[in-house]
Design a binder for this molecule. Structure first.
Ligand code: XMP
Length: 523
């Protein structure tokens, strides 16, 4: 069952859905999400799960994801051929497409240039490929590969090529196995949704019967069987959407066996601790406010490396929670609001480590067990579940805030005085965005304090002040993001107010970078 452990490596109930084998792509969860949007159950298993486990839920189809490796490299993840020899429908995407060819006697080679980004593909459909139903003969797709299939396996037939002439699509066994070099799950791919829908409904014969309400029921059952009748649970809450939804969900099972712990690590935004405690009281959840700011500040003293900071904060969080667990009647479980982008970016699905999210850097000797019911959901899904659970809108609409808080937005010397400067500047920016009526349309807006000073002049006197950066991004799921084009009046007023009301700041800049190439947070 989802959520309680990262990857359920046990046999499953019959799902009637799709199993995605994860070869380490940044997009694997997007595939799962697109399938859920089409109301079909989907789950992700690592590429090396045993065929027994992969097939135990009797999925109607298998999707082989993309991945960062080369099928012709020495350390390439492999495919157990027996998995796709039977009757099951299979869709290979990017690495998955190359792997099917490689496994069945085709040839994969390093391409001359590789293809990255938007690419035109032309389909030549001689066999009436079901996946192409309703798809025009020429579309733009999202490519991201270096290797290409240079010779097809016996019995395979090509039905698409990109402008460079590289093979873009083929099928085998009368269309039971379909392989695409491009990513239908990425928004840029035109008709990607149609192709996935064709795979689910026309090729695999799935039914659109998976609903978020069902997820809640299944998740409650799963939590109930984990915590039993007597276990106590503590929940690390930040006041954000993810931990709030996790806490309200689990409280339905545990009742007053749940204690919510708000750890103030000293990296919170202005007035945040008071606001969070108030909001939780209204939710009728028992909350303990732990002021651990001295401990955290002294642990990160002198640290400037982003990963070192993140790991130190992550470990200290756990130590504080262990102490609180003892105080709360010996709680056995630590409930966390970990969501899937945290998991992907921390490299837990086999991809590259982008940054270690605080709630995933857990010490080996941790003395408390983890409960993570929303671990495989995206933020917008968590928000929708929050609505089903009657959590007030203003809590669900709060902009995401990273667990390590301002520690990853205050670059350079992490001292209380600099954090106070950042808190004030950030509060002004958010106030201006709210008063312009823009807050709910923005994924995330915040200030960053740079370790750079610059020369200015105020009242005829030379200044040498701090630099604050404004960042506002639009995103659907934090996997990619674009800078928001804020009205000039908002930027101008914010900059003026920051320099006047926070005199230590001498310069305000704006970060207009997207993700990629940047990440949303600076560290
Ligand atoms: P990045 O910076 O990786 O952020 O583009 C993606 C989203 O995740 C949030 N974030 C975190 N959330 N713990 C969290 O709970 C963390 O350690 C963490 N780091 C980043 C970030 O604010 C953005 O919404």
């Amino acid at each position: 069952m989802w959520g309680v452990c990262p990857v359920t490596m046990q046999k499953k109930e019959k799902s009637g859905g799709i199993t995605i084998l994860d070869f380490g792509s940044q997009y694997t969860q997007l595939i799962a999400r697109r399938i859920r949007e089409l109301e079909v159950y989907s789950e992700i298993l690592p590429w090396n799960a045993s065929p027994d486990i992969i097939l135990s839920g009797e999925p109607k189809g298998l999707i082989l994801s993309g991945g960062p490796r080369s099928t012709i490299g020495p350390d390439a993840p492999r495919l157990d051929r027996s998995l796709i020899e039977g009757k099951i429908s299979v869709l290979g995407i990017c690495y998955g497409m190359q792997l099917i060819a490689h496994t069945h006697g085709g040839e994969v080679k390093k391409g001359r240039l590789g293809e990255y980004g938007r690419t035109k593909v032309v389909f030549k459909d001689g066999n009436g490929e079901k996946i192409l139903r309703g798809v025009p003969a020429s579309i733009d797709v999202w490519m991201s590969h270096w290797d290409e299939v240079s010779r097809l396996p016996d019995g395979a037939s090509a039905f698409g090529a990109s402008e460079s002439g590289a093979l873009a699509a083929y099928s085998m066994d009368g269309g039971r196995i379909t392989a695409l070099q491009f990513h239908p799950e990425v928004d840029t791919t035109e008709y990607g949704r149609e192709m996935l829908s064709n795979f689910l409904f026309d090729i695999c014969g799935c039914e659109p019967n998976w609903k978020l309400g069902d997820w809640v029921k299944r998740s409650l059952d799963s939590v109930a069987s984990a915590v039993g009748e007597t276990d106590r649970v503590i929940c690390g809450i930040s006041g954000g959407v993810d931990s709030t939804v996790a806490a309200v969900l689990v409280s339905k099972v545990t009742g007053d066996r749940l204690d919510c712990i708000f750890v103030d690590h000293g990296f919170m935004r202005k007035n945040e601790p008071e606001q969070v405690v108030e909001a939780y009281k209204k939710l009728n959840l028992r909350i303990r406010h732990v002021d651990a700011s001295e401990k955290f500040l002294s642990a990160v003293k002198g640290l400037t490396d982003p990963e070192e900071k993140r790991k130190t904060i992550g470990e200290l969080f756990v130590r504080v929670f262990e102490e609180e667990a003892r105080k709360c009647g010996g709680a056995k479980w630590l409930l966390q609001g970990t969501i899937y982008p945290d998991v992907i970016e921390s490299g837990f699905t086999g991809g590259d480590v982008i940054k270690s999210h605080h709630n995933l850097q857990l010490p080996d000797d941790m003395k408390i067990e983890l409960l993570e019911p929303v671990r495989e959901l995206f933020k917008d899904e968590v928000r929708r579940i929050g609505t089903l659970l009657d959590i007030p809108e203003e809590m669900l609409k709060r902009h995401p805030f990273p667990g390590p808080g301002l520690a990853v937005r205050c670059l350079g010397d992490l001292k209380r005085e600099r954090l106070d400067i950042l808190r004030e500047a950030d509060a002004i920016f958010i106030e201006e965005i709210k008063s312009a009526g823009l807050y709910d349309d923005i994924w995330q807006a915040f200030c960053v304090l740079l370790p750079v000073r610059s020369v200015g002049v105020a009242g005829d006197v030379r200044t040498y002040g701090e630099t604050a950066v404004l960042r506002a991004v639009a995103s659907r799921d934090a996997m990619t993001a674009e800078s928001v084009r804020l009205p000039w009046e908002v930027i101008d007023k914010t900059a003026k107010r920051i320099c006047q009301e926070v005199p230590q700041v001498g310069r305000v800049a704006m970060d207009v970078t997207g993700k990629p190439p940047a990440t949303i947070e600076w560290e």
